[in-house]
Design a protein. Structure first.
Length: 362
């Protein structure tokens, strides 16, 4: 499985993974990790305040007096930026004045303070954003990936450390958004020691698919999703989007099943595959994969992961099925299942065509 923007904190070495590039950045002093249920450790951190171009200092401590919400994101990564903007809306919404909202980001990839300030201004950031040269805050919170939303209650106790979305369920019947609203109203919030893996792409289920236009890997022709969805709407066909990467071993593991499914059920399903390819080695790897597996469907190039982020895909392999009416039906993120069987299942569920009939009709 290949992961997209993630921030990892290790005991002796803090590492940042963004778009496949691993950058080592050991902090001068490694802070102790704050466990959920423990008091939030006092920290003094550099911050960019709205409209300012120079860093100032913010002090975070155990005696907050009101709940604290911090959203850690990567500047320049649209998926995590969008989550930050969602969290920021709370500052002007129902939690206004009742919760302290902060962003947090690490400078990387040639981004300096001036560039960070410019990007935050473009985004419309209206709350202070902690800017880390090292990973003091991230390490203190034990963050493993971004985006990451943290909730500290009014008593200064860390309750939830690494939610990926306000819509994520963090406890039975409780979303992250609801937990923050409860904290703002002075209601108790449960301590969540560890959240299960969350895949934001599932948030698209039941919604109309975003559109895109991408160039094919082999050839200059572009594919526009909305045109295919219009055609498949008339023909009563399913559209499947397969997000993968040439260097992802799990993607290659499931590829044979996807190829068989695409060939067997081509009358009922059109498959598009989407990959980010950054260099010649990855291009050669992609060519070898296409040739070696006899891939019958288009491979589309997603420069800068713009479409990947639009579909909220955080790891590969990820497969989305879109109904003939253009609405996302389902999302699959596992590599230990038969995608040939999944194809048959989706045809039966969406089109009411049984597997034998579907294959015979192909």
């Amino acid at each position: 499985m290949r992961h997209h923007p993630a921030l990892l904190a290790a005991p002796l070495l803090a590492m940042l993974w963004l778009e496949g590039d691993l950058i080592a950045s050991p902090p001068a002093v490694q802070p102790a990790r704050i466990q959920p249920g423990a008091a939030f450790t006092a920290l003094e951190l550099p911050v960019l305040r709205p409209g300012e171009l120079q860093l100032s200092t913010i002090k975070l401590g155990a005696s907050a007096g009101r709940p604290l919400v911090i959203c850690y994101f990567v500047i320049g990564d649209s998926l995590s930026e969008d989550v930050f903007l969602d969290v920021q809306k709370l500052a002007g919404g129902s939690a206004r004045g009742k919760v302290e909202i902060l962003g947090a980001a690490k400078l990387m990839g040639g981004t300096d303070v001036a560039k960070a300030a410019g990007r935050l201004s473009e985004m419309g950031a209206s709350v202070p954003v902690i800017i880390e040269g090292g990973l003091t805050l991230a390490t203190s919170l034990g963050l493993a990936s971004v985006p990451a939303i943290t909730l500290v209650d009014a008593g200064g106790v860390l309750r939830i450390a690494e939610a990926k979305s306000l819509r994520q369920t963090v406890a039975q019947g409780l979303t992250m958004s609801r937990a923050i609203q409860d904290a703002a109203q002075g209601k108790p919030v449960p301590t969540v020691a560890r959240l299960p893996r969350y895949f934001p792409a599932n948030e698209l289920v039941g919604e109309r698919s975003p559109d895109f236009s991408l160039q094919q890997f082999q050839g200059k022709e572009k594919v526009k999703l909305s045109e295919l969805l219009d055609r498949n709407g008339r023909d009563k066909k399913i559209t499947a989007l397969y997000f993968w990467h040439p260097n992802c071993a799990q993607c290659k593991k499931v590829m044979p099943g996807i190829v068989v499914g695409a060939n067997n059920y081509r009358k009922w399903i059109d498959v598009l595959s989407i990959a980010e390819i950054k260099d010649e080695d990855e291009a050669r790897n992609c060519e070898d994969t296409v040739r070696g597996h006899g891939i019958p469907f288009p491979v589309l190039l997603d420069e800068g992961k713009q479409v990947t982020n639009r579909f909220k895909v955080i790891s590969t392999p990820t497969m989305l099925f879109i109904r003939p009416d253009g609405v996302v039906d389902s999302v699959y993120t596992r590599a230990d299942i038969s995608y040939t069987a999944i194809f048959a299942n989706r045809i039966s569920s969406i089109l009411k065509v049984e597997a034998g009939q579907a294959r015979a009709g192909s």
